[in-house]
Design a binder for this molecule. Structure first.
Ligand code: HSE
Length: 317
């Protein structure tokens, strides 16, 4: 059925689409937070041709076939749902390196759908946008998951209680600083998912859901100690951490420097640590440098906070 959305050909919008930390250690596929930095820049224009055109303003050579691109697939789905007689032109400048574990594919997918929705007079709800953006995640990792795209679109910390049907719960939290180190190796999410065990021991499941509940309660009660105690993963981290050189040392030294705790960011190789204040977050950054300099592994560190807004419309052009 054709909807009345009155798109204006050649209307353009530019958005900043931020990085995200998925899983938050114990909450595999169900928890995520939005970062203030880094962020991609995306410019989306309505065109009269019924197609999605993709161009990149960076050196990553990402696929230009819309169905192979994390920004393209969600836009194709939007056009199909609207039975649209127009299309989108998308210019992507990625500042979040693909394969970093900081939600690079999600930033492309979420940025594309928020920008498109802005051009369509915010026709779709945030929840519908998450549904579209999950198709981008499927391109990247082979399965739909929302723990990057939901915080990227909603901002803040989100719990994804369910994806079929979608049930997204924004979680309030006290002030937190996030230190993220990105060692310059690539871990593909699809590979990092494939190595996971398909079955979990009941005793591990009990520990894990205790921690997830503790972490959510800690955020909502502003209880930093509870947050720190709950940042423990007995299921995913033991398997994935072997892909990340220096992981144990980063964790140990960051906690010694005062971090509440942390672990693998998304599917890695980035590692994130939460702190209560900027000074501690900077001290954690120093420890991360020390570990990776010792190993001789190139890396980049971000000290940032939680982004409460999510994808931001920068300007209508
Ligand atoms: N929850 C996903 C995973 C996030 O860990 O595979 C990927 O960024």
């Amino acid at each position: 059925m054709k909807q009345q959305i009155n798109p204006v050909i050649n209307q353009t919008v530019k958005v900043a689409s931020p990085g995200t930390v998925a899983n938050l250690v114990c909450g595999f596929d169900v928890l995520g937070l939005c970062l203030d930095a880094p962020a991609d820049e995306m410019t989306v224009t309505i065109i009269s041709e019924k197609e999605v055109r993709l161009k990149s303003a960076d050196g990553y050579n990402l696929p230009t076939d819309p169905m192979q691109n994390t920004a393209g697939a969600p836009l194709v789905e939007i056009l199909q749902e609207l039975n649209a007689d127009f299309g989108f032109d998308v210019l992507i400048k990625k500042n979040i390196k693909p394969g970093s574990g900081i939600g690079s594919s999600a930033a492309s997918a979420a940025g594309a759908v928020v920008a498109a929705n802005h051009l369509l007079n915010n026709f779709f709800s945030q929840e519908q946008l998450v549904r579209f953006a999950m198709s981008g995640e499927k391109v990247a990792s082979g399965v739909k998951h929302a723990d990057n795209v939901a915080p990227c679109i909603y901002g803040g910390i989100t719990l994804i209680r369910s994806i079929f049907p979608l049930d997204i719960v924004p979680i309030p939290a006290p002030e937190l600083w996030v230190t993220v180190v990105h060692p310059q190796i690539e871990v593909r999410t699809s590979d990092a998912r494939q190595i996971l065990k398909k079955q979990v021991l009941l005793k591990d499941a009990i520990k894990q859901w205790g921690n997830i509940a503790g972490l959510v309660a800690g955020f909502m009660k502003n209880d930093y100690d509870l947050i720190g105690r709950s940042l423990e993963d007995v299921i995913i981290e033991p398997v994935r951490s072997i892909l990340i050189p220096g992981f144990d040392d980063v964790k140990k030294q960051s906690k010694a420097a005062g971090a509440l705790g942390g672990g693998i960011s998304g599917s890695g190789p980035s590692i994130f640590m939460l702190s209560t204040n900027e000074q501690t977050a900077e001290a954690v950054k120093k420890e991360m440098h020390t570990v990776f300099n010792k190993i001789g592994l190139e890396h980049h560190v971000y000290v940032t906070t939680i982004n409460q807004q999510g994808v931001k419309v920068l300007k209508d052009i």
